[in-house]
Design a protein around this ligand. Structure first.
Ligand SMILES: [Zn+2]
Length: 226
């Protein structure tokens, strides 16, 4: 380990839906005691504060409930709040942030502001066919709205781990819609990969292998940056 870096390190995980990105984020969080900062989680968390006098929370909820994506500036503000709250205590694994070039540039500004280490981007690469195949296998709990995947390391069969209900297939996990979701991400991913490549901080990892092997490849790739 390189002791000239006393500050915690930070990871940006890049990958399309079906790449197993969320699972790898969890594994990284556990291994390095990083804080898993998922833009989806912080949006849901702030949304629950709507009606308490937090005007940003009110705005986020009305867009969320109308199915309108949150603008870059709002996402940036929410991420900044989380970093401000935690940056001296821990490093981060950023999941579903950044999702655009303006967000990636904003993150570079934030790490400067908070005197954090520049994030290393890890791209989990999965071909379209495989991502679509994985997405169409997903199941969800009708009570908890949690998504389970037979390919996840902690998958325990056809029942919800929390409440025991029988898992169901989601009507939007058809090959057509899964393919569209993949295509939406492909362009974003290309832009983000170029950005981190230009900064000399992009690591590519093959995602079409068992979860444990993907994780081991990630560990090997980040060793020089630890
Ligand atoms: Zn459940």
């Amino acid at each position: 380990m390189n002791t000239s870096h006393p500050r915690p390190f930070n990871i940006v995980l890049i990958g399309p839906p079906g790449s197993g990105k969320g699972t790898q984020a969890q594994l990284l969080e556990e291994r390095f005691s990083l804080y898993h900062l998922s833009s989806g989680d912080i949006i849901r968390a702030i949304r629950s504060k709507a009606g308490t006098g937090d005007t940003l929370a009110d705005e986020v909820r009305s867009r969320y409930d109308a199915g309108i994506p949150q603008p870059d500036q709002v996402i940036e503000e929410l991420v900044k709040r989380e970093i401000e709250r935690l940056h001296r205590k821990t490093g981060f694994v950023f999941d579903a942030f950044p999702l655009s070039l303006p967000q990636a540039i904003a993150l570079e500004r934030m790490v400067q502001t908070f005197d954090m280490r520049e994030p290393i981007a890890i791209s989990i690469d999965v071909k379209r066919d495989e991502a679509v195949r994985r997405l169409t296998l997903r199941l969800y709990c009708p009570n908890d709205k949690l998504v389970f995947h037979p390919l996840d390391a902690d998958y325990k069969g056809n029942h919800c781990h929390i409440c025991g209900a029988e898992l169901q297939h989601r009507s939007d996990d058809t090959p057509e819609l899964a393919g569209k979701r993949f295509d939406t991400y492909e362009e974003r991913i290309r832009v983000l990969k170029n950005f981190y490549k230009e900064h000399g901080r992009l690591l590519d990892v093959a995602g079409e292998q068992p979860i444990k092997n993907v994780f081991n490849d990630i560990l090997r790739a980040i060793v020089p940056y630890l």
